[in-house]
Design a protein around this ligand. Sequence first.
Ligand SMILES: Cc1cc2nc3c(=O)[nH]c(=O)nc-3n(C[C@H](O)[C@H](O)[C@H](O)COP(=O)(O)O)c2cc1C
Length: 338
Amino acid sequence: MIDIGMQYLGIKLSSPIMVASTPLSESVDNVRRMEDAGAAGIVLTSLFEEQLELEQRALDEDLSRGTESFAESLDFLPEQREYRVTQDVYLDHLRKVRAAVDIPVLASLNGVTPGGWIRFAKEMEEAGAHGIELNTYALATHRSQTSSEIENQLLELVRNVCSAVSIPVAVKLSQSFTSLPHLAARLEDAGAKGVVLFNRFYQPDFDIESLEVRPTLHFSTPSELLPRLHWAAILYGNLNADVAITGGVHSAEDVLKSIMAGASITMMVSALHIHGIEHIGRVLADLRYWLERREYTSLAETRGCLSRRSAPDTSPYDRRNYIKTLSSYSLRQTVAAF
Ligand SMILES: Cc1cc2nc3c(=O)[nH]c(=O)nc-3n(C[C@H](O)[C@H](O)[C@H](O)COP(=O)(O)O)c2cc1C
């Protein structure tokens, strides 16, 4: 049987598909189904910095009042209802998932500032997480905020989390960085063992009748894979940390492209919401079939073969690609016009 195992964050994985953060894994039964379908591991949903601070505030208020009604206080905090779980529920679920399956389970923390909340990373480790994915989602909305301030804050956060735990930490990044190779190298220096490309931006949509700005969540399409392939291909060989791709991975072809770009692992969510958890098994069967037909002995052999480093012509990865793409389009149009 062809070997489709990969290695991510120093952990040996049985396949190249992990399940990224999704509410689907809030059910232990679903997590078992993910393992049975061939998922290499899962990332639990994120606990948010704001949520942890809110809980800490409720606890402080109770202590100052001399009561022990922490759980009740949480119910009275209206903002708390915005979050699906409390930290205790999160840790309890993490323990249950760890007991239920053998595949690696990563916990996820979402935040931007290096505050006291990151102590929670240690509790995730103690509850049995194999690693932590730090989901960072910072939005600059003020003219005085510079990109270097945002990057330095991110690096401090990563440094603090990495020094709080001994399990590996991966950083889920947004796409909007000017020099991703430089940032990725600094993240590696700060202790990150992996970078996850990329967080999706859930920009709100505008309702022009009611004049409201509304949150929207659409599932991804494979077209979202392209910027991820591009950056994974550029990072390959420039970084010791692993690269994971999340966003637009729906089929065996998407998995192959990601690994060929240089990723160590791919992650799926939308495809599972659309086709069901068992979709993982079908994708893995397609992947094996493709590799066998071409007489590969392992998936790992293909890793990085389409990266920038392996390319005889690097122009698809730089400015020349932009010029070439636009000129070829106008040429076709000119021919059609005659
Ligand atoms: C309903 C839903 C909830 C999500 N919750 C989280 C989350 O808590 N933390 C996180 O890092 N990503 C979260 N994500 C993003 C996914 O983990 C994933 O990165 C993204 O959907 C791109 O992958 P896809 O194209 O396979 O969907 C969520 C996605 C969906 C659809």
